[in-house]
Ligand binder design. Structure first.
Ligand SMILES: Cc1cc2nc3c(=O)[nH]c(=O)nc-3n(C[C@H](O)[C@H](O)[C@H](O)COP(=O)(O)OP(=O)(O)OC[C@H]3O[C@@H](n4cnc5c(N)ncnc54)[C@H](O)[C@@H]3O)c2cc1C
Ligand code: FES
Length: 267
């Protein structure tokens, strides 16, 4: 059941990323990769809630990171401290915990940052590689990333003084296989636009690494009922439908037909 929380803070953290902190009035726990369905409360409610990955949760305060793309996110951006907001979750399958000797490569593109950032904060270890890609220098939320993240930008315009970013796609930040410990299994965790997920899946496939992706399909209910978020996944030699909200949003990239076209399967 959805909980009615109260906006604690809602502010821009870069040129186009907003951070929304919602006080739910009771402790909130989650696993990195999970998401919540968010809506206005009362007369501000839209017909459908919108899904957002969980960036963080401290005590009763849940934090999200979003970009305004349409009506629902514009409504969020207009919310002020004290406004009521409806939250359902945590929902969905999270990213897995790391194995003992695993090296993890985190790839976040744009507002695909929250699930990989949450994983890195919870499980990240020295030797893991955290990479973030933005459209422009001005879009990079440096307060969240600090110095630990490698950053790439399509366009360096607006890069904060003293900050460094590669110009190019985020996968160019990934070290060569020879730069990583030879005996450690490498796992890539990625979230972002489809081209990023495809590039991450292809890179991992080429290097024999496992790759898990968090998909951002359009959603209606968020818990497996409306079938509005179906994705095609591998099933033995064939394919089947899976719901992004209930079976995912985290999937093995090798199973997602959109990312790993299989012989005879859909592209
Ligand atoms: C599991 C999950 C986690 C997500 N996490 C975040 C997050 O942390 N931060 C964030 O900003 N966004 C996130 N999204 C995307 C977010 O849900 C959409 O941006 C939001 O629903 C758009 O609502 P709107 O009413 O503002 O836009 P709409 O009016 O519904 O759409 C505006 C435009 O955005 C496109 N769009 C809408 N939803 C999606 C989507 N899911 N994927 C790609 N394009 C879309 C539409 O096609 C349209 O072009 C997530 C989506 C999913 C499924
Ligand atoms: S959003 Fe309804 S089934 Fe996934």
């Amino acid at each position: 059941m959805a909980v009615i929380g109260v906006v604690a803070a809602n502010r821009l953290v870069s040129s186009s990323f907003h951070r929304l902190d919602i006080d739910l009035g009771r402790p909130f726990t989650f696993r990195p990769g999970q998401f919540v369905m968010v809506n206005g409360a009362g007369p501000r409610a839209l017909t459908f809630s919108r899904p957002f990955s969980i960036l963080a949760a401290e005590g009763s305060v849940l934090s999200l990171l979003y970009r305004v793309v349409g009506r629902g996110t514009a409504e969020l951006a207009a919310m002020a401290p004290g406004d009521a907001v409806s939250v359902l979750g945590p929902l969905g399958e999270p990213f897995p915990e790391p194995m003992a000797a695993q090296v993890t490569i985190l790839l976040g593109g744009g507002v695909g940052l929250p699930p990989v950032h949450a994983w890195w904060r919870r499980w990240g270890r020295p030797g893991d590689v955290a990479c973030f890609g933005a459209r422009s220098g001005a879009e990079v939320p440096w307060d969240l990333l600090g110095d630990a993240w490698r950053v790439s930008v399509d366009d360096p315009d607006g890069l904060a003084p003293g900050r460094r970013a590669e110009v190019g796609v985020v996968t160019t930040l990934v070290p060569e296989a020879g730069e990583l410990p030879a005996t450690s299994p490498v796992v890539v965790l990625a979230c972002g636009p489809l081209p990023l997920l495809r590039a991450a899946a292809a890179l991992a496939r080429a290097r024999g690494w496992r790759c898990l992706v968090s998909l951002e399909e359009h959603m209606g209910c968020g818990y497996g009922v409306c079938k509005g978020c179906v994705v095609r996944v591998a099933d033995g030699a064939g394919e089947r439908n899976a719901t992004c909200c209930h079976d995912g949003p985290v999937f093995d990239a090798a199973d997602v037909c959109l990312l790993a076209p299989r012989e005879g399967g859909s592209a």
